[in-house]
Design a protein around this ligand. Sequence first.
Ligand code: UGA
Length: 442
Amino acid sequence: MLNVCVLGTGYVGLVTGACLADLGHAVTCIDIDPAKIEGLARGEMPIYEPGLDEVVARNGEARRLSFGVDPSGALGEPDLILIVAVGTPSGEDGSADLRALFSAVDQAAGLRAASQAGGHLTIVIKSTVPVGTCRAVEAMVARRLKPGSFSIVSNPEFLREGCAIEDFTRPDRIVVGSASEAGLAAMRALYAPLTSQGFPLVEVGALETSEMIKYAANVFLATRIGLVNEFAQICERVGADVDELSRAVGADRRIGPAFLKAGPGFGGSCFPKDLRALTSFAADLGCPSEIAGAVIAANERQKHAMAAKIEEAVGARLCGRRIALLGLAFKAGTDDVREAPALSILSDLIAAGASVTAYDPAAGEHFARLVPGVRIADRIDRALADADAVVIATEWPEFLTIDWMAARLLMRRPVIVDLRNHLEAKRLIALGFTYRGVGRHA
Ligand code: UGA
């Protein structure tokens, strides 16, 4: 069992802290927001993540997981692993804003120095940071702590919202980067409960390699989606089917089947932010990432192409039409609406003069806070009432169980625009609906 302190109890910090406690370590999660910490102590989750509340509860009861606003106690523990998971939001120019990260690490290093704690301190940077940040953190900590008493490790996270617990406990790989043998040894011990089950730990010698791996993985995945969405547009024009295309292309082992699903464009807090950060720091380095830049532009085009698709399906101008928008989260399984395609679609529909009633099983409240004035229905049938078209923008399983016979009676026109190719097109067409998917002819 190791002593672990996690700085920043946001999405990554909380999932990581709870799951490390579940592996048997003694974990303290710290956050500057007292309301969040008080809520967590009462078992209230600040984020929506299936299964997380149970992991937090069982490790709290076992006294392996605690929460607080003051890191000084935890920083006095010998041989501490300090995981830094504070947010790195996009600045106005797309670059990552690192002020919170540097201030948290500087404060922690100061507290560690004052504590006179023995043993080695391993500082693990889990936040997604531009290449070179860990090196800068190292220089900053060196002003506070003696050489040899600490090491810096880069340990990027690859968790997906909605399946973060599964991703943590069954990782494809865990990446750790450090030039310090003591730091790498601490990470081997931290993840031993996973590596002993055969999950691979990929060790890289330079902090910069590890930092770069995180961007490369996200940009690679986003590029696949960008490409398949472009294929979808071409498929529509030539009468081809993008889902069949993805299945066949993905069957090539060199390509693989994952992340080839066409849709309304990708969203979320990670792909768009990481693409922007990579293009920003690559340009600063004098080697612009032209492919990442093109993926950002293509994704914007994809999101904004959806209103025209809806207009074509309705068969008339959207001004004065009522649209039911089902699905607001950037993907199913989360209540996160950051950069969700539904946001662009909604604003394009409203700009075209349509009136929109939206429904989402988890994200309605967040969406309403972000887009004041939007009509959010608390049930699917209420969103469908008198609609000229229903638009599926998120692939929630709940939408598979809609009684479309009954829905048809509620709607003004039987039009379905399925931006996730989620529903059974043939059945809906047989029921008399006009059906439009993405990248297929129907
Ligand atoms: C993504 C990565 O998948 C994680 O590995 C990474 O840890 C995380 O970012 C991060 O950097 O923190 P996440 O943003 O939770 O995870 O969501 P994804 O499941 O990757 O989906 C991203 C977007 O792509 C969603 O809008 C989704 O609907 C879209 N998508 C995904 C597609 O349009 N097609 C696909 O085939 C897959």
